[in-house]
Design a protein around this ligand. Structure first.
Ligand code: NAP
Length: 260
């Protein structure tokens, strides 16, 4: 990027704040923040310099307040900025109706690890974006992790089910492994440390290598060994089906929430 992009961030809570920290680290963005309470933020749109010309406007407010917040930003429509929303379950069509006209809208679904720079963001656009703008969007979210473009907006519910809600599944697995270790005789402190660091270590291995999770699983599972015995028990209990059912439940819930 040759010149700084002017980003207007609306809402600087948990996720907006994480994005802001990522952007500030890159030095690529000149960011103006609007938030009623956040530090170094304008309190409302009324405080903005009338000559201000954002290239990108990011809505990072709760989905429940989108209908109330978005229409005020119609004033920027003549500048044709890229409007980005991270509000879960708020469709491009809804945002389009709130803004009116035919603005370029990008829906993004980051996840909690964005707060530590290891986020996974699914992106979908209302229009086919020229390469430069596509890159601009990727760079914006790459500052807090990795990005992936999704072809169909309806699949954003699946993104929500896999990466959006995903961190909690792994936390739950650590919880279950800790409890199992305790049931089998370890102290809580011992079991917690063992389970926690094991997830961190496994994640780091995936991070540092190009091999798939399946390849690593095969590599570390000696025939007839302890890991094989444990994995067989997972299979006997149809672990894949359990995970599939959980992801499906998240998709169904995401659809319900998006319908209000
Ligand atoms: N957190 C996540 O892991 C995650 C993941 C993916 C997507 N998201 C999406 O990200 C969005 C924000 O979530 P969050 O967890 O960051 O929520 P949050 O912590 O509540 O942040 C929202 C921020 O917006 C501010 N705000 C409220 N009304 C505003 C207005 N009119 N103008 C400007 N700012 C306003 C809030 O201020 P007050 O608190 O003073 O009202 C708050 O600081 C949601 O739509 C959510 O679906 C979050």
């Amino acid at each position: 990027m040759t010149s700084q992009a002017h980003v207007l961030l609306i809402g600087c809570g948990a996720m907006g704040g994480a994005l802001l920290r990522g952007w500030n680290k890159t030095g690529y963005y000149s960011v103006t923040v609007i938030d009623p309470l956040a530090e170094k933020a304008l309190r409302s749109l009324n405080e903005i310099d009338p000559s201000y010309q954002p290239n990108i406007i990011v809505f990072a407010v709760k989905p429940q307040v989108m209908a109330e917040v978005v229409p005020a930003y119609r004033c920027f429509l003549p500048l044709n900025p890229l409007f980005v929303s991270i509000a879960a379950g708020t469709s491009i069509q809804t945002i389009q109706q709130l803004l009116t006209g035919t603005p370029r809208i990008i829906r993004a679904m980051p996840n909690l690890p964005a707060t530590v720079g290891e986020g996974m963001t699914g992106l979908v656009s209302s229009t086919i974006l020229p390469d430069q703008q596509r890159q601009l969007m990727e760079n914006l979210f790459c500052s807090v992790g990795k990005t992936i473009w999704i072809q169909e907006e309806s699949l954003m519910d699946v993104v929500t089910a896999v990466s959006g809600s995903g961190p909690a599944y792994f936390f739950y697995l650590v919880e279950c492994l800790t409890k199992s270790g305790m049931e089998l005789g370890l102290s809580e402190e011992e079991a917690t440390q063992l389970a926690r660091q094991t997830l961190i270590g496994a994640a780091e291995i995936l991070k540092q290598s190009t091999e798939s999770a399946e390849e690593w699983r095969r590599k570390v599972t000696s025939p007839g060994g302890t890991t094989a015995a444990a994995l067989q028990a997972f299979e006997d209990q149809e672990f894949l089906k359990i995970v599939w059912t959980a992801a499906k439940a998240a998709v169904v819930r995401a659809k319900e929430l998006s319908q209000g």
